[in-house]
Design a binder for this molecule. Structure first.
Ligand SMILES: [Zn+2]
Length: 282
């Protein structure tokens, strides 16, 4: 029998889970796991009281143990997974079942600046609403199924909580968990709309072959046509059309510089008004 990796699952509180929180999808981003452990500790001490159960998942313990992004394959490109597969493919299928039908927050850290920001699926109205109740200045909509991220399994908000390897990311991860539990009603209290700027992810920004990379564009700051947004070995990369850079960094990925997006609304109310307008207009 194959020696399958197992996620660590802590389901705590009364009744069926109304929220799931996933950390450690990438083994070199332990801040989400720190946030989960802190929250579980506070719940067990009685310092945080749950109205409804929450499922906490440490997604990839073998990768966390070695401090690497993954062991055999990027877990966040492996969903919905394969119950007949091995390593992360199998792990993905197990995690998918654990979050089925439960609104889910998954916590990451990043090398790109600034943080934080979040992602939701563009067809997931509830998820978009929940994302807009977290302290996120930017929310990017996309199609999780296309890239094989956790959102391929259900209603998932992905948050890049803070800088990779920082205490700041740990504290931020904990704070996002607290806000998410409020927004889902798992803990009692208000979770008002924060009205982040909303973007639609469009495409990857390719990374041409080279030795040295410099990204000149700033994430979430508009790049205009004709603007130099990066340099490869000193040679300029020039934008042919307007875009908003997302997750752009010189060293974040091997094969791409990041992603491009377009701004779709300055707030959730503007987004809803626009959707209502476009659907009534046929
Ligand atoms: Zn990550």
């Amino acid at each position: 029998m194959a020696n399958h990796p197992q996620p660590e699952v802590i389901t705590i509180g009364p009744g069926d889970p109304v929220a799931a929180v996933v950390g450690g999808v990438h083994g070199d981003e332990p801040s989400g796991v720190w946030g989960i452990r802190r929250m579980v500790e506070l719940i067990e001490e009685g310092a945080v009281e749950l109205e409804h159960a929450v499922r906490f998942i440490v997604a990839n313990p073998p990768a966390l143990e070695i401090g690497k992004r993954f062991v055999t394959a990027d877990l966040n490109r492996s969903f919905p997974g394969d119950p007949e597969g091995i390593g992360e493919a199998w792990l993905a299928s197990v995690i998918c079942e654990l979050i089925e039908d439960i609104p889910t927050l998954t916590l990451h850290a990043t090398r790109s600046r600034p943080t934080p920001f979040g992602f939701a699926d563009h067809d997931d109205e509830r998820g978009i609403d929940l994302a807009c109740r977290l302290s996120l200045p930017h929310v990017i909509l996309g199609d999780a199924t296309e890239i094989g991220s956790l959102g391929a399994c259900g209603s998932v908000i992905t948050v890049e909580a803070g800088p990779q390897g920082s205490d700041e990311a740990c504290e931020a991860a904990f704070e996002f968990i607290r806000e998410f539990l409020l927004a889902t009603g798992a803990i009692a209290g208000e979770a008002p709309l924060k009205d982040p700027i909303i973007y639609e992810g469009e495409a990857e920004v390719p990374k041409p072959p080279g030795e040295t990379y410099e990204v000149l564009a700033e994430n979430f700051v508009k790049v205009s046509p004709g603007e130099v947004y990066a340099r490869v070995d000193g040679e300029p990369l020039v934008a042919d059309e307007e875009f908003y850079p997302i997750l752009m960094s010189a060293d974040g990925y091997d094969d791409i510089l990041g992603f491009r997006a377009r701004k779709v609304a300055e707030s959730l109310s503007e987004l809803r008004a626009r959707q209502a307008g476009s659907s009534s207009g046929g």
